[in-house]
Design a binder for this molecule. Structure first.
Ligand SMILES: NC(=O)c1ccc[n+]([C@@H]2O[C@H](COP(=O)([O-])OP(=O)(O)OC[C@H]3O[C@@H](n4cnc5c(N)ncnc54)[C@H](OP(=O)(O)O)[C@@H]3O)[C@@H](O)[C@H]2O)c1
Length: 250
């Protein structure tokens, strides 16, 4: 982050897993957390995409970054991701459930059955199974956090998005899962933190646009602000359990 950085804490002792980090917000978060010193275990649906981001991070001088393939619609792929990560670390401090397929279209009939299955599987089933498979590593941490990128579409009564009903279903499932998990994992010291953003602008963190994106009261929510929300929540002392971030729309 640049000179007007609002967040100065380092994350050198954090081992962070991020799903779907081959592009867009997952990649952004991986690059930003690596810049702050975290060891990154990033996955993408294709190993090539994950390795590409790994190499971008290494080129910035940060070597503690590992790339994995993980298809969130495939339980065996998620299991393999967690078991491969466990060969390189005995603990995970932060799991970011970022991956979830987007499906456009307010008409229920506009999507194929396969698209519906894929959308719900990647966001809903994929999130549940990722937490399930990484939970043993999270419980080895003395500061475990699970962050889930839900969406305003996961908020009851929300209707402003043009996303397909299956995307609403996936995000509502993530929200319900995070809600119960938050209570059930609290006694074990795990904070479950969820973000419910509306559409946001996702500038490339390696471009000039990252520093120059307008962030005024009349502008759309930015990935920069969402990264700062995640960092802020995770950096709090353990008594401060920020459960959810909700955002007013422009
Ligand atoms: N962007 C927004 O305005 C917005 C608003 C609210 C919430 N969110 C949520 O924030 C998160 C990140 O958003 P984004 O804008 O970066 O998302 P995005 O641009 O729609 O990208 C979706 C990501 O999910 C991955 N993905 C899709 N299906 C997958 C599967 N089966 N297995 C593994 N990965 C899969 C994609 O990988 P591939 O590259 O392989 O396709 C891609 O990395 C998502 O959960 C999204 O729903 C986004």
């Amino acid at each position: 982050m640049g000179s007007d950085r609002r967040f100065d804490m380092r994350f050198d002792n954090h081992r962070v897993v991020i799903t779907a980090a081959g592009r867009d917000f997952g990649r952004t978060l991986a690059i930003q957390l690596a810049d702050l010193g975290a060891e990154i275990f990033l996955s993408a649906r294709s190993l090539a995409a994950a390795e590409c981001v790994r190499d971008e991070i290494r080129a910035r001088g940060h070597q503690q970054v590992h790339a994995f393939a993980c298809d969130l619609t495939d339980p065996s792929s998620i299991r393999e991701f967690a078991s491969d990560a466990a060969l390189r670390t005995d603990r995970v401090d932060l799991l970011v459930n970022n991956g979830s397929r987007y499906l456009e279209g307010p008409d229920l009939l506009s999507a194929s059955d396969a698209d519906v299955v894929d959308t719900i599987a990647s966001g809903a089933t994929g999130t549940v199974l990722t937490v399930k498979n990484f939970l043993p590593l999270l419980l080895n941490s003395d500061k475990p956090d699970v962050v889930t990128m839900v969406s305003a579409c996961g908020t009851p009564g929300h209707q402003r998005s043009d996303a397909h009903d299956a995307f609403y279903a996936a995000k509502s499932a993530q929200a319900g899962f995070a809600e119960i998990l938050s209570k059930r994992l609290r006694p074990q010291g795990v904070r479950v933190i969820s973000l419910y953003p509306p559409d946001f602008d996702n500038a490339d963190p390696l471009s000039d646009q990252w520093e120059n994106t307008p962030r005024g009261a009349k502008d759309s929510l930015t990935a920069q602000s969402l990264v700062e929300c995640v960092l802020f929540a995770v950096a709090q002392p353990r008594d401060c359990f920020i459960k959810a971030f909700h955002f007013e729309q422009v």
